[in-house]
Ligand binder design. Structure first.
Ligand code: NAG
Length: 487
């Protein structure tokens, strides 16, 4: 009741601020976005204050208690309820704790594709207070070792299908004293231990929260690898706060508890893992997981599983639009698409062909500190400014010299904000509410993403590397990406 009154009051307040803008076309969308942002800010604040610390894992466990028999993951011909997922992850956690001696604070590299075990492993590691490093399952040899070495992991768990890739780097791993496990029942290779047999023999009883007693909102939760335009991948440090923040994106996009999310994007990237999986847990919804994207099966899968929400990256939508037209193109239940990188022409093609699907384009780097959502369905825009954004976050588009590859400075040596409608480099002020976690063991790259003395002496901004434009109505448009090498 109190929260209801609070929300009403806040909605009233938002209305008051927006009233002078009633003339604008997007008034109601602005208002509804403002209200959901305020709700989320309240939830996040409550989470931050809770003692003991309430992690996304606790959010999952609450969903397990609330609807144990609801389907959580559907994969190929199998499905797993929230309760089954909980029990599976208890077994994995117990097996890893007994046979690998894992304890709070350890980092474990996960090297597997999209399959339910990815989720069980992550839940298991979180139950033990461990940090998961999400390796791209397509990398091999030198790149694999580079990524593995970024985060000081002493353990590697690999999918059964990646045995050969692990064998290639096994001598180096063994030399470094890394314990290597594989998700199969036996393994004859010396230096690789089987895990599935051990999991099967273990109890599925819950684990004590004491095992993760020292984890707090600022503790690292994950490493996610981002590949810049140049150089080797970097491991972005994702703490529990960021995990929560990203998980609320589905709520902003108005995903409902009865939605079914189609997850074919890789779980080792932030769209799949943070927005997709963590968001699904926050909403308590059903996820249809597939190994990878298939343009020819896409809509059949959506029909088969009653999918209502899809995630995308720009190219995926283009592939879908490039498939031969069919009579049943509009016969599906998909009502919402979340993602980024959708170009105007594909956007229009997609809507025309597949029907009235609400497209929610968003902008924000894995490691970035300020993000935007295009909650108005404005074709081509990657986001919209909102008065709340302006109140909450400091960001700017600054003049950038593409020839010299550096920001343009004024006579006092400070950066210059571009006028409305002009292209500039997007920078977000790094502060308590908009932190930049940096990259693991890579001070140089972390520093490279920071801009100092931008508008005043001593200020600090995150350099997105993206050239954007903001129009008069506050819509953001992507223009170009600059190399991440700064002179
Ligand atoms: C999809 O929805 C239809 C009709 O609402 C229902 O009969 C069918 O069982 C559902 N399929 C799945 C996989 O949930």
């Amino acid at each position: 009741m109190i929260t209801y009154i609070l929300y009403t009051a806040l909605a009233g307040l938002a209305l008051l601020v927006l009233l002078p803008r009633l003339k604008t076309r997007y008034f109601f969308q602005d208002l509804s976005f403002a209200i959901s942002s305020i709700k989320i800010a309240i939830s996040l604040n409550t989470i931050k204050k809770r003692k003991p610390f309430y992690s996304i894992l606790d959010g999952f466990l609450d969903k397990v208690a609330k609807h144990p028999h609801k389907k959580f993951i559907i994969f190929e011909e199998s499905s797993y309820t929230y309760s089954q997922a909980d029990k599976e992850s208890n077994k994995v956690a117990r097996a890893l704790s007994t046979h690998a001696g894992l304890k709070e604070g350890d980092t474990v590299a996960l090297f597997l594709g999209n399959e339910p075990h990815f989720v069980w492993l992550w839940l298991a590691l979180t139950k033990l207070g461990c940090i998961s490093s999400l390796l791209n399952c397509n990398i091999r040899s030198k790149s694999l070792m580079h990524c593995f070495s970024c985060c000081d992991a002493k353990f590697l768990v690999a999918g059964a299908d990646l045995k050969q890739a692990v064998e290639e780097v096994l001598p180096t791993l063994t030399e470094q004293g890394v314990r290597v496990f594989i998700l199969s029942e036996h393994c004859e290779v010396e230096g690789i231990e089987s895990l599935s047999d051990k999991v099967q023999l273990t109890s599925d009883q819950p684990l004590s929260p004491q095992l993760r007693a020292n984890v707090n909102i600022k503790s690292p939760a994950l490493y996610i690898y981002t590949s810049g335009t140049t150089g080797l991948p970097k491991a972005a440090v994702i703490d529990h706060e960021k995990l929560w923040m990203a998980s609320f994106f589905q709520s902003i996009a108005a995903v409902r508890s009865d939605d079914v999310l189609f997850m074919y994007l890789p779980l080792y990237h932030s769209s799949g893992f943070l927005i997709g999986l963590c968001g699904a847990i926050e909403r308590g919804i059903t996820v249809v997981l597939t190994r990878k994207f298939s343009a020819s099966n896409f809509w059949n899968d959506c029909r088969k599983y009653n999918v209502t929400v899809i995630q995308y990256i720009g190219e995926i939508m283009r592939y879908l639009c490039n498939t031969p037209k069919r009579d049943n193109d509009k016969d599906h239940k998909v009502r919402l698409a979340l993602g980024n990188g959708l170009r105007s022409d594909t956007w229009e093609d997609f809507l025309q062909r597949y029907g009235d699907i609400c497209i929610c384009e968003c902008y924000g780097a894995t490691e970035g500190n300020v993000g935007f959502v295009n909650y108005c369905g404005k074709v081509g825009a990657i986001g919209k400014e909102n008065f709340l954004h302006k109140m909450g976050y400091k960001y700017a588009l600054i003049k950038y010299d593409t020839e010299k590859e550096e920001p343009v400075k004024n006579s006092k040596g400070f950066c210059i904000e571009v006028p409305k409608g002009e292209t500039g480099l997007f920078v977000g002020k790094i502060e308590k509410r908009a932190p930049f976690g940096g990259y693991a063991k890579n001070h140089q790259q972390t520093e490279k993403k920071k801009l100092r003395d931008v508008f005043v002496k001593g200020d600090l901004y995150f350099n997105s590397g993206d050239l954007l434009k903001i129009d008069k109505e506050g819509f953001l448009f992507f223009q170009d990406r600059i190399g991440d090498t700064f002179r």
